[in-house]
Design a protein around this ligand. Structure first.
Ligand SMILES: *[C@@H]1O[C@H](CO)[C@@H](O)[C@H](O)[C@H]1NC(C)=O
Ligand SMILES: *[C@@H]1O[C@H](CO)[C@@H](O)[C@H](O)[C@H]1NC(C)=O
Ligand SMILES: *[C@@H]1O[C@H](CO)[C@@H](O)[C@H](O)[C@H]1NC(C)=O
Length: 427
């Protein structure tokens, strides 16, 4: 190409670029003030007046909000709701030989501490700078930038796609919808809860609109637009939190991720009772490859009397509950439980994303390298924790992310899962 032609092309490009920038600036000035008002209104709804606030080393501000002023009570169904500060029942723990371990334990002691080896305690970063007093709950304050990163004020804190995997649709044509990829174990039946212990990692995220998470799903409904879901685990999601930290999260929806539900306390619904754990807060420390392993235990179960779904985190810390009235199908029971990882692969440069799942290692690498879910259990109709009868596995592209189940006495039903994403076998 001659120099003149090159110069001419550059000039045209420069002109187009300037014109586009001008149009964009004019448009955003026009819509800017209205959006600003909308963002401020939403911040006002989400951030309740705190009794005190704690600055976390990771940049978060943790507001201690009186339990009765939390976002849950903005929900129209919860206007007259009387808060429950504790569940009526905990599930009994029946081991695989049918022995009732609950009846053998001192009820004041946590079920875990007597039976598993001691694991180093996981805390949250903000604990180094203070505590929330009794009668309040810690809430991660939403900042203006958080909302501005979302596609719209309305979508802030919501998943943009159905992110569960439906076993009956394991059909090559449906695989890789929206680029969401899973490596999970699942069990179908009639369930009243689920439990697992998972180690915590800090997977690398290829670009900010992708995420990597590891969680439990409790699902009910016809898997159409009426799907009910309760979810909890850890995630790295730059768009949601503005950083690459590993964070504890929860999610719920009663209409297949459309209008209802959200992450954490970013909409009204989940009622928190615990004053120590900030949902959405960073988890620390994180497992190291070939080094110390840190894991968290999550138990979600339905109170047989009130029907609310309670969540317990770690050694006996009850975080709170999803009121039964939020749900249709889950006001009865769950029909599918899933455990495992999910990532978003936008394949933006025509290749598979390098976003890692779990530790980024494949399951064959095993303990201290791969990520795991161990002591996987379900809660049956008699409120007993049991090993799942049938557990199947699923992954869309095993060469990118995979899952391998095992069973032994110490770890019960367990599996390793994860992977690096892009690699020579996953181009
Ligand atoms: C709450 O209580 C008021 C007064 O008793 C009643 O009119 C209203 O219907 C109740 N709302 C809900 C959602 O139950
Ligand atoms: C297991 O033990 C607990 C505590 O003693 C008891 O409440 C529960 O009914 C027992 N469950 C079964 C199935 O035996
Ligand atoms: C998150 O990590 C990616 C690289 O994996 C980096 O490009 C990005 O700047 C990080 N984002 C933040 C908010 O730190």
């Amino acid at each position: 190409m001659t120099e003149v032609k090159l110069f001419f092309r550059l000039a045209v490009l420069l002109y187009l670029f300037t014109a586009a920038r001008f149009c964009y600036a004019a448009r955003s000035r026009f819509s800017g003030s209205r959006k600003n008002v909308e963002v401020l209104k939403h911040l006002n709804r989400l951030n309740k007046r705190p009794t005190n606030s704690i600055q976390s080393p990771d940049g978060d501000i943790i507001d201690c909000v009186h339990v009765s002023h939390q976002p849950a009570f903005d929900h129209p169904f919860l206007k007259n709701h009387t808060i429950k500060m504790a569940p009526n029942y905990h599930p009994n723990w029946i081991n695989k030989d049918g022995i009732n371990l609950s009846s053998m334990m001192n009820p004041s002691k946590d079920e875990q501490s007597s039976s598993f080896e001691k694991h180093e305690a996981i805390t949250q970063l903000w604990h180094s700078n203070g505590k929330c007093p009794k009668g309040t709950i810690p809430i991660r304050r939403t900042k203006k930038e958080d909302i501005l990163r979302a596609s719209s004020v309305k979508r802030y804190g919501k998943k943009s796609f159905s992110t569960f995997m439906q076993p009956s649709s394991i059909d090559p044509d449906l695989i890789n919808q929206n680029g969401h990829q899973h490596a999970i174990a699942y069990s179908q039946g009639e369930f009243y809860g689920a439990k697992a212990t998972m180690n915590v990692w800090n997977p690398k995220i290829h670009q900010s609109n992708e995420f990597s998470l590891s969680q439990i799903w409790l699902l009910g409904g016809s898997f159409a637009s009426d799907l009910n879901s309760i979810e909890a685990g850890w995630q790295v999601s730059p768009d949601l939190y503005g950083d690459n930290n590993t964070r504890l999260f929860i999610y719920w929806t009663s209409d297949a991720y459309q209008a209802t539900g959200c992450y954490n306390l970013l909409c009204s619904g989940f009622v928190q009772t615990n004053n120590e754990i900030a949902i959405g807060g960073s988890i620390s420390p994180i497992s190291q490859s070939h080094g110390s392993q840190y894991d968290i235990t999550i138990l979600i179960w339905k109170d047989p009397e009130e029907g609310n779904w309670w969540m317990q985190f770690g050694n006996g810390k009850v975080l709170g509950y999803w009121p039964a009235t939020l749900f249709s199908y889950l006001s009865d029971s769950a029909s599918l439980i899933e455990w495992g990882g999910e990532v978003v692969n936008t394949a933006s440069d025509g290749q598979h994303s390098t976003t890692q799942m779990g530790s980024g290692a494949f399951p064959e690498e095993g303990f201290s390298k791969a990520s795991y879910f161990r002591n996987i259990q379900i809660v049956d109709e008699s409120n007993n924790l049991r090993d799942p009868k049938d557990m199947n596995t699923f992954s869309e592209q095993p060469n990118c992310y995979n899952v391998q189940t095992h069973n032994n006495d110490k770890w019960g039903s367990h599996f390793y899962y994860g992977g690096p994403g892009r690699n020579p076998n996953c181009p």
